[in-house]
Design a protein around this ligand. Structure first.
Ligand SMILES: NC(=O)c1ccc[n+]([C@@H]2O[C@H](COP(=O)([O-])OP(=O)(O)OC[C@H]3O[C@@H](n4cnc5c(N)ncnc54)[C@H](O)[C@@H]3O)[C@@H](O)[C@H]2O)c1
Length: 479
């Protein structure tokens, strides 16, 4: 007998599992299909984010930062320690325990909400049917009132650097080293490169990053990216811009990397090499040719503003569709689709999606960058405020960076906020909420902020937009 569901979700990453929970909460009979197993051989509920991405990388970022603090930053506070050591396998084991705990959490939420978990590989067939191939090869078919495809993305591979997950690894392998590589190469100075490069650099690796582009972090506001480049250089990350990798060769357990920079051929040898040059949508084997779902020219599933594909009742969310490859963007799309299936008119505000790079200091932003505003011909005013003038940041001996606020020249409405600094990820969220409510810079300026907090830099940057910052001289005085 064919099983019938109101909603069948393919993939249990942050887009899929959130869609499944919301659909079940709305009274829809829901199943979620997942094929992958993690290192502990548990069904990898939570997808890449939880098993090989956001959460494990943050676990390692937190462990490595504590080590760095103890080794290099305690003395200034008068704290003496014995010799500080690092047990890398213990750090990796803790990271795996964090994953297991969180995966268990999703399993519990599925149970509590009545979502049926199905192990296997899902494929969309014509007529809103989903074929599931189990690990033993047996095949079953589900009948779905609606289908939500949330199969995610996979790392991009480049021919000159084939991943062997031993010496040349991708972002997954970069979370598994059992000792600190003396010299670590990273191809791609993007989000993953900077996060993983930071982890191993803090633990003692000499890190060299090879970035093909000439512009560092082109999607980040230029002023913030410039500050970031300075900070990372000071931290010891050797970021080589305009460096194109042409070949790699494994020699005696190390990897020789050839690259061109400024028309010069160069070679460098590393103990390990992480390839993190982007991710691509994962749609191979997912769609029967006659299922009615189409891809766009870049291989993403083509969807409308509400994530519906060309086939009515079949939706796609998360990394598989246009927009930034961010877990929270996928989750909100999952909620929107579940709500719309239930008949509610919910939308996602794509103009208000924050993005974060979890280095230290963190880099976070929402809305337009100054470069985008210039390109769009929008008149704007900018206010910046340095953490060096924030008492709480100085007290914590962590005052690198700034908050930058951009507002419409005529209406004062906030158009963007960009932060480099301690806790930037959490600080920017204040402006995400403000923008969602259509706030002006003046509104933030008139809001009471607790003293002493890092958030005061957000307050002061908003005041600076109109030349009214208190704890810094204003360039242009305004009344
Ligand atoms: N904190 C977060 O939100 C977070 C963390 C990790 C990943 N992600 C997402 O995952 C996706 C993948 O991350 P990523 O860091 O791999 O991609 P990315 O696009 O952020 O960075 C990849 C970098 O590699 C460079 N590159 C590409 N080909 C190259 C080559 N042959 N040689 C040298 N450099 C090359 C690109 O110019 C780019 O700067 C991104 O979309 C990112 O948003 C997000």
């Amino acid at each position: 007998m064919m099983s019938k569901f109101d909603v069948v979700v393919i993939g249990s990453g942050p887009a899929g599992y959130v869609a499944a929970i919301r659909a079940a909460q709305l009274g829809l009979k829901t199943a979620c299909i997942e094929k992958a197993h993690n290192k502990s051989d548990k069904l990898a509920l939570g997808g890449t984010c939880l098993n090989w991405g956001c959460i494990p990388s943050k676990a390692l970022l937190d462990s490595s930062y504590k080590y760095h603090e103890a080794k290099d930053n305690f003395a200034v506070h008068g704290i003496g320690t014995g010799e500080i050591t690092m047990d890398v396998p213990a750090m990796i084991k803790r990271k795996d325990a964090v994953i297991d705990q969180m995966v268990g959490g999703i399993a519990g939420l599925f149970k509590a909400n009545g979502v049926t978990t199905i192990e296997g590989t899902g494929k969309v067939l014509a007529g809103k049917k989903v074929e599931v191939t189990a690990a033993d090869g047996s095949i079953s078919v589900l009948d779905a009132g609606n289908i939500i495809i949330a199969a995610g993305s996979i790392p991009v591979a480049i021919p000159p650097a084939p991943v062997d997950q031993d010496i040349i690894v991708d972002s997954t392998g970069g979370l598994e080293f059992q000792s600190v590589p003396a010299k670590l190469g990273v191809i791609g100075a993007g989000v993953i490169g900077l996060e993983l490069g930071s982890v191993w650099s803090r633990l003692g690796s000499q890190v060299v990053m090879l970035e093909a582009l000439d512009t560092f972090l082109p999607a980040v506001d230029g002023q913030i990216a410039k500050e970031a480049a300075k900070v990372f250089k000071k931290q010891g990350l050797d970021i080589k811009m305009g460096a194109r990798v042409t070949a790699t060769k494994i020699v005696k357990g190390k990897v020789e990397v050839s690259y061109t920079q400024n028309d010069e051929e160069k070679t460098e040898t590393f103990d390990k090499l992480i390839v993190c040059v982007g991710r691509k949508p994962f749609s191979s084997g997912l769609l029967a040719p006659d299922c009615g779902v189409n891809l766009d020219e870049r291989g993403f599933i083509f969807v409308d503003d509400y994530c519906e594909t060309d086939a009515a009742g079949i939706f796609a969310v998360g990394d598989l569709v246009r927009g930034p490859m961010l877990a929270h963007k996928g989750s909100e799309e999952g909620v929107m689709v579940a709500e719309r299936i239930a008949g509610h008119k919910v939308t996602v505000n794509y103009d208000c999606i924050p993005s974060v790079i979890y280095t230290h200091p963190e880099i976070a932003g929402v809305g337009k960058t100054e470069e985008q505003l210039k390109a769009d011909g929008i008149s704007y005013k900018a206010g910046t405020f340095p953490f060096a003038a924030i008492g709480r940041a100085v007290a914590a001996d962590d005052s690198v960076g700034m908050v930058k606020m951009l507002a419409d020249e005529n209406t004062d409405r906030i158009l963007g906020c960009h932060i480099i600094g301690n806790s930037a990820a959490d600080l920017v969220q204040q402006i995400v909420i403000a923008m969602e409510f259509g706030s002006s810079a003046e509104d933030i300026g008139l809001t009471v902020f607790s003293h002493p907090t890092l958030s005061e830099a957000v307050h002061e940057a908003a005041l600076a937009v109109n030349g009214q910052a208190i704890h810094m001289p204003n360039r242009k005085k305004r009344k």
